[in-house]
Design a protein around this ligand. Structure first.
Ligand SMILES: *[C@@H]1O[C@H](CO)[C@@H](O)[C@H](O)[C@H]1NC(C)=O
Ligand SMILES: *[C@@H]1O[C@H](CO)[C@@H](O)[C@H](O)[C@H]1NC(C)=O
Ligand SMILES: *[C@@H]1O[C@H](CO)[C@@H](O)[C@H](O)[C@H]1NC(C)=O
Ligand SMILES: *[C@@H]1O[C@H](CO)[C@@H](O)[C@H](O)[C@H]1NC(C)=O
Ligand SMILES: *[C@@H]1O[C@H](CO)[C@@H](O)[C@H](O)[C@H]1NC(C)=O
Ligand SMILES: *[C@@H]1O[C@H](CO)[C@@H](O)[C@H](O)[C@H]1NC(C)=O
Ligand SMILES: *[C@@H]1O[C@H](CO)[C@@H](O)[C@H](O)[C@H]1NC(C)=O
Ligand SMILES: *[C@@H]1O[C@H](CO)[C@@H](O)[C@H](O)[C@H]1NC(C)=O
Ligand SMILES: *[C@@H]1O[C@H](CO)[C@@H](O)[C@H](O)[C@H]1NC(C)=O
Ligand SMILES: *[C@@H]1O[C@H](CO)[C@@H](O)[C@H](O)[C@H]1NC(C)=O
Ligand SMILES: *[C@@H]1O[C@H](CO)[C@@H](O)[C@H](O)[C@H]1NC(C)=O
Length: 864
């Protein structure tokens, strides 16, 4: 078996050698280098040949083996099998790129044909001659050549002798030629990279190579700017790092372009074709070529130049902008222009169009404002892109008449004032020079710093119509009118106001007679100052039937505010509602006043006056009374009371009492009282018993003696002695009073009157309760307002004083028999001659005063 195999192998070998004799068909072999840069380095070796044999073997697969040598030393450099496509060609061309420039040494090529069955004979060697054969001096290849970044370059040097020891040229390839290892160039060269070759014989030479990139231009866009030529623009992309004669050369549609800028290319073609046009830009440098194309109708590619010399004519609320065009052809060109203006950092814009647009009007501007404006335009028919913005132009608008003033009234002490809010910069539309106030026939000029005007009352205290305007250089603001009622409107209940999140809020029912909205007014209840109320006008209710007001800022903690809601009816305010309250409650800053105690057996009645109003800092909820033994720090008793009095039952001893008032903001400071509770009950009993016994004994003796001597005595003193009836009744009444539960109240009422009848809110507390049962009497409202309303108007006082005294009188009768308060007021009304409503009461009192000349101290306005 193995013998048979060997035999077969041998026979095949014999067969091959037989055929070799017939296969040498390759002729017309030509070996040459690319001739582009013949002297500085060339790497591509071309081998061409004809092979007649292939004509007959069209269908068969044919290949050629090619071997390349360095001729002198016959060093094998490259082997390759070249497959040729089976067609009818007989001419073949093979290219090989050498790792070293072909100039370095001679290269020889031989080849042979090979097909499925046959391998041809090797051709003779065909040689491309190197420069080492005849170079007369030291020379390095490659030189003055351009390479791509990242290339590996092998240099060769042709010596006359041999390289200096340690030279980079270390690899021997021929008698005169040495080469380097491949040198890697990862970065582009700014100038060039240099390599030197030194001969042992003293010769020296060098080579410069340039490392860069091929062209990388992008985004070719062609357009017209002046409507008479086409400009093409493109982005030059990555820097090639190649300078001088190696930089990129551009041609646009065949014409050379001179490109200066490093970032953007621009090339101009005369004439604007009125049709779709192809533009082809070819960018070429030693490392490559890039072709860019753009196709468009240039009339759809209009990029206008920026408008120039923008000028303006400004008024208060509009401005006319004018600009000019440097390009003649623009005058009839349909364009769209965008105007952008800035005010205080906000930007606005508007577009306009027209033929050769060169002026626009901006309206709805703010008066007295500094504007900056810019314009840009584009084609209106075939919009392509906006021109650049024109240069920034500044203009200032003129003054315009101010906005209407926000006017309000205040009654303070004995006067009425008209107040208005200063206009903000946005509202004043210029510099306010003065205010113009009209009152009936009188006109007054008020200084610009003043925001308040005192109404000196006329002879009759009727309503006064006041009109105020602000004035600036443009003129007077629309007039703001307010009708100042002759008397302040105080006839409403005062309720507590809601506080929320440190602010105050009010709600009221919609008042359908209101014609000019509502006004909410507020000020510190105990610290109202002249011309210093705050107000807010509410033109419309926020709900269908209910209106609300809320104010968060500007309230001080612990300060009580009075908030009033007025309806505005034909410029005249009408009080709808009034409330008082604290935006933020705090602990009382003052203590209770006049803390005192009264011992009654083992009961001690502590009482005090309330914390001064302005120190309450919140609504007083009650009082904490803490009892200590004198000398002890631990409280023995702690009690809570809502009213300013408490009864404590204590053993005899020495005590300290602390009383502090509480609000929702906390407890105030303590008022302290020291008191001794005397052990007087037994002593009193003993003293009483002993005293009574002694007295009884003396009386008995006297009685006995008197009885015995009664006739003598009668004769001596007086003929008739009356019975001592009174003594017995006084005693019985005095002892009953404290024991009766109902009677106790009577006694207390009497005491209150005897002690202090101070007209404070606290002492009116009882009356408040009564009033709620009998709201039918308007006189009570007026009475109520006297104490609770912070807006007090003098003529009310005498009437109120009368009412006060009237109220006091019936309260004495209450100690005899409890009387309903409604009855008290009936009584009051009778005494006032059946005269009912409070407002009239006021008027009536004024009249009485005027006629009688009666002047209740300083309560009347000075002018009366
Ligand atoms: C090419 O082939 C020959 C013989 O087949 C061999 O001696 C030589 O080393 C080869 N050369 C290269 C570069 O592979
Ligand atoms: C050889 O090819 C050429 C075109 O490649 C063709 O015109 C010609 O007819 C072909 N000749 C033969 C003999 O097939
Ligand atoms: C050059 O040589 C480096 C290694 O030295 C290799 O990473 C790189 O791919 C080579 N570059 C080229 C273009 O052959
Ligand atoms: C190369 O040098 C050797 C010895 O120096 C010499 O024998 C040979 O002829 C030289 N070859 C050529 C082509 O000059
Ligand atoms: C532009 O070039 C495209 C192909 O590149 C061609 O089809 C077209 O006809 C050309 N148009 C003009 C106006 O030359
Ligand atoms: C611009 O304002 C002035 C003065 O207010 C006025 O006379 C003029 O009519 C206004 N122009 C336009 C276009 O509104
Ligand atoms: C123009 O105003 C519109 C809105 O009114 C805005 O969206 C746009 O960005 C503005 N344009 C410029 C250039 O300011
Ligand atoms: C407008 O500019 C002028 C100065 O050019 C300046 O005096 C004035 O205060 C500015 N007005 C506004 C409203 O900013
Ligand atoms: C004040 O305003 C009135 C109109 O409200 C006007 O008739 C009067 O002339 C103004 N007075 C001055 C000094 O401007
Ligand atoms: C509203 O006005 C009408 C007529 O002026 C009057 O009759 C009516 O009482 C007013 N309503 C209120 C709630 O004051
Ligand atoms: C008031 O006295 C009571 C009892 O001594 C004490 O607990 C409380 O802290 C005192 N209040 C103040 C504000 O000192």
């Amino acid at each position: 078996m193995s013998v048979w195999l060997l035999c077969a192998l041998l026979s095949s070998l014999v067969c091959q050698t037989e055929q070799d004799g017939h296969t040498l068909s390759i002729n017309e072999v030509n070996v040459y280098a690319e001739t582009d840069t013949p002297d500085y380095g060339t790497w591509v070796l071309n081998v061409e040949w004809r092979d007649e044999f292939s004509e007959n073997n069209e269908s068969r697969e044919v290949s050629y083996e090619v071997q390349v040598y360095y001729t002198e030393q016959m060093l094998s450099v490259h082997n390759e099998t070249v497959h040729v496509t089976p067609d009818n060609t007989t001419h073949h061309h093979w290219k090989w790129t050498s790792p070293i420039p072909l100039q370095c040494t001679s290269h020889s090529v031989k080849l042979r044909r090979r097909d499925q069955d046959h391998t041809g004979e090797w051709t003779p060697l065909y040689t491309y001659k190197g420069q080492d054969l005849n170079a007369s001096k030291l020379v390095v290849y490659p030189r003055e050549h351009v390479f791509m970044v990242g290339s590996n370059i092998t240099f060769c040097c042709i010596f006359k002798t041999v390289p200096l020891p340690g030279s980079k040229f270390e690899i021997f390839i021929s008698n005169r030629t040495y080469i380097t290892k491949p040198v890697h160039y990862p970065t582009p060269s700014k100038e060039s990279y240099d390599t030197f070759c030194d001969d042992k014989g003293g010769g020296s030479t060098g080579s410069s190579v340039f490392i860069g990139y091929p062209p990388d231009d992008q985004n070719l866009a062609c357009m017209t700017r002046d409507l008479s030529s086409v400009e093409c623009h493109w982005n030059r992309g990555r820097n090639t790092f190649l300078g001088l004669d190696k930089e990129t050369i551009y041609t646009l549609n065949g014409g050379v372009c001179d490109v200066k800028s490093s970032d953007f290319g621009k090339c101009v073609l005369p004439a604007v074709p009125k049709q779709v046009t192809n533009w082809t830009l070819i960018a070429k440098n030693p490392l490559g070529v890039k072709t860019l194309t753009d196709t468009a109708d240039p009339t759809h590619r209009v990029w206008l130049r920026a408008p120039s010399k923008v000028s303006h004519t400004a008024y208060a609320r509009n401005v006319t902008l004018l600009w000019s065009w440097n390009v003649k052809k623009y005058t009839l060109f349909p364009m769209i222009c965008q105007v952008k203006w800035m005010l205080n950092g906000s930007s606005y814009n508007e577009t306009f169009n027209g033929l050769g647009l060169s002026s626009v009007v901006l309206v709805d501007l703010q008066p007295v404002a500094n504007y900056t404006v810019q314009v840009r335009c584009g084609s209106d028919e075939h919009f392509y892109r906006w021109s650049d913005w024109s240069e920034i132009t500044e203009f200032s608008t003129k003054e315009d008449i101010p906005e209407a003033l926000d006017v309000w009234i205040q009654y303070f002490e004995q006067n009425a004032y008209v107040l208005w809010k200063p206009l903000t910069q946005q509202q004043s539309h210029g510099r306010i020079t003065e205010y113009n106030l009209t009152r009936g026939q009188r006109r007054e000029i008020i200084d610009k710093t003043q925001l308040c005007y005192k109404i000196t009352p006329g002879n009759e205290r009727s309503d006064q119509k006041i009109t105020v305007s602000a004035k600036n250089s443009a003129g007077l603001s629309p007039p703001s009118t307010i009708i100042v009622p002759g008397y302040p409107d105080n006839e409403v209940d005062i309720s507590r106001i809601n506080n929320r999140n440190g602010g105050l809020e009010m709600a009221w029912d919609r008042y359908f007679n209101s014609t000019c909205g509502y006004v909410v007014e507020w000020f510190p209840t105990y610290n109202e100052r002249q011309c210093a109320v705050e107000w807010k006008k509410i033109s419309e209710c926020d709900h269908a039937a209910r209106c609300t007001w809320e104010q968060q800022d500007g309230f001080e903690p612990g300060v009580k505010y009075s908030v009033s809601v007025y309806s505005c009816i034909d410029d005249k305010p009408m009080l709808l509602q009034r409330s008082e309250g604290y935006a933020i409650e705090q602990r009382p800053s003052g203590t209770v006043q006049k803390l005192r105690g009264k011992q009654n057996g083992r009961n001690l009645e502590l009482s005090w006056d309330e914390v001064p109003l302005h120190q309450q800092n919140g609504f007083i909820k009650g009082y904490m009374v803490t009892t200590f033994h004198y000398d002890s720090k631990t409280p023995i008793h702690r009690s809570w009371t809502e009213g300013p009095t408490i009864i404590l039952t204590l053993d005899p001893g020495s005590y300290i009492f602390n009383v502090s008032a509480l609000t929702s903001g906390g407890a105030g400071d303590n008022a302290t009282l020291r008191m001794d509770i005397e052990d007087n009950i037994e002593r009193m009993i003993v003293a009483t018993v002993v005293g009574c016994s002694a007295t009884a004994l003396v009386f008995s003796i006297i009685t006995v003696l008197c009885y015995r001597k009664r006739k003598w005595l009668k004769q001596l003193l007086y003929p008739d002695i009356p019975e001592p009836k009174l003594a017995g009744k006084w005693n019985s009444k005095g002892f009953y009073c404290p024991q009766m539960t109902e009677g106790y109240m009577k006694c207390e009422i009497q005491e209150v009157h005897n002690a202090e009848r101070a007209a404070t809110a606290e002492s009116l507390h009882g009356l408040d309760l009564i009033r709620s049962n009998s709201t039918v009497f308007p006189a009570q409202h007026s009475y109520q307002n006297m104490y609770k309303s912070p807006v007090l108007y003098p003529p009310l006082w005498p009437c109120a004083e009368k009412l006060t005294s009237i109220v006091e009188n019936p309260s004495y009768s209450m100690s005899i028999e409890p009387v309903d308060v409604a009855q008290i007021f009936e009584l009051t009304l009778e005494m006032e001659d059946g005269y009912v409503p409070a407002p009239n009461c006021v008027q009536k009192n004024v009249v009485v005063k005027d006629s009688s000349g009666y002047k209740p101290q300083s309560t009347l306005p000075t002018n009366v």
